[in-house]
Design a protein around this ligand. Structure first.
Ligand code: NAD
Length: 308
């Protein structure tokens, strides 16, 4: 049986509400807080809405919500916690200040975890008195639909602490993966942005347009990525073929160290993507809504397909 732990969550936005949902749905006792009253007041309703989209019944939703309390402040959210997840905005000084406050009020053996997207965990945790119990847990959006959580150790993190976090995440049904060194982008975002760098370069160099890039991925290797990782695939086709391909193509791939000037110009021109109606492509708000609905529906159904 799953051990019931007490969990504190600091930051009740997009990620914090989903992390709270996933932990509470997995049977853990969650106390969530946010610096803003509006976020504290709305978080239970937002969790209930997300549970509805997951197909939970009304009675299932009420049972899960019983595992969640909303705390007025950080001290109340973390005082009794066995583990705390921070999901506040991506600003280093803010995260450092939040962890200083958490350390002030949490018990000595409480695990401290940051959900930063890309910031080194080492920098966030460097000012703590006890850095051995601190690590990164990089959940993916939406946290209640994407199974992966990357568990990132710094040079100070005790292995036993990372193991405890791995167990907790596995017990609530997530797919945790250990990241043994605190490198920028961890594993997933390094892989994802290696692909995005080449995708932008293809458009920048006039090889194809943005729609063609997306069509190629969605209609080819994107279809099998959910069931066949690249290194499984390399073994499937043979490492000898993989070497032949790399000898003939890697020299020509994009390898610049910084962002693409094409991307910088889009941002400079206010072409910010779906939120401004234009980015790599143009979007009406109906088209943008359709994309969001397609992703949510795909992710919801994928779980049951992959179980087969
Ligand atoms: N959105 C994503 O796709 C995604 C994916 C993975 C990781 N992350 C990371 O997760 C973290 C949270 O991102 P998000 O998308 O949920 O942002 P968000 O803006 O939706 O939520 C952040 C919440 O933190 C609250 N907050 C602000 N200051 C606070 C403070 N001092 N104490 C407590 N709460 C405070 C805000 O009111 C807000 O509700 C960031 O570090 C982000 O980089 C985001």
């Amino acid at each position: 049986m799953t051990e019931q732990l007490r969990i504190g969550i600091v930051g009740a936005g997009l990620m914090g509400h989903g992390i709270a949902l996933a932990l509470a749905r997995g049977g853990q006792q969650v106390a969530v807080t946010d610096a803003f009253a509006a976020a504290r007041q709305s978080v239970i309703g937002r969790i209930a809405d997300s549970l509805k989209t997951l197909g939970e019944s009304d009675s299932g939703i009420s049972a899960i919500l019983q595992n969640i309390t909303v705390a007025d402040n950080v001290a109340d959210a973390v005082r009794q916690a066995d583990a705390v997840f921070e999901a506040a905005p991506e600003k280093l000084d803010l995260k450092q200040a939040i962890f200083a406050e958490i350390e002030e009020h949490a018990s000595g053996n409480c695990i401290l975890a940051s959900n930063t997207s890309v910031m080194p965990i080492t920098g966030i945790m460097s000012r703590l008195r006890d850095r051995n119990r601190a690590l990164g847990t990089h959940w993916w959006n939406p946290p209640h639909l994407i199974p992966l959580v990357e568990v990132v150790s710094t040079e100070w993190t005790d292995d036993a602490v990372a193991d405890r976090m791995m167990r907790l995440l596995a017990e609530i049904g997530k797919t945790p993966v250990r990241v043994k060194k605190d490198v920028p982008g961890f594993i997933g975002n390094r892989l994802q942005h290696a692909l995005w760098r080449e995708a932008i370069s293809l458009v920048e160099n006039g090889i194809c347009d943005a729609e063609a890039v997306d069509t190629v991925i969605k209609s080819s290797f994107g279809r099998r990525l959910a069931v066949l990782g690249p290194l499984e695939n390399a073994d499937l086709v043979g490492t000898d073929l993989t070497l032949d391909i790399h000898e003939n193509v890697l020299f020509d791939l994009e390898s610049r160290k910084g962002p693409s000037p094409y991307l910088e110009k889009l941002v400079e021109d206010g072409r910010l993507g779906m939120k401004s109606g234009e980015g790599f492509r143009t979007w009406t708000s109906a088209e943008a809504d359709k994309v969001r609905a397609r992703v949510a529906s795909h992710l919801t159904r994928l779980d049951s397909i992959l179980e087969d």
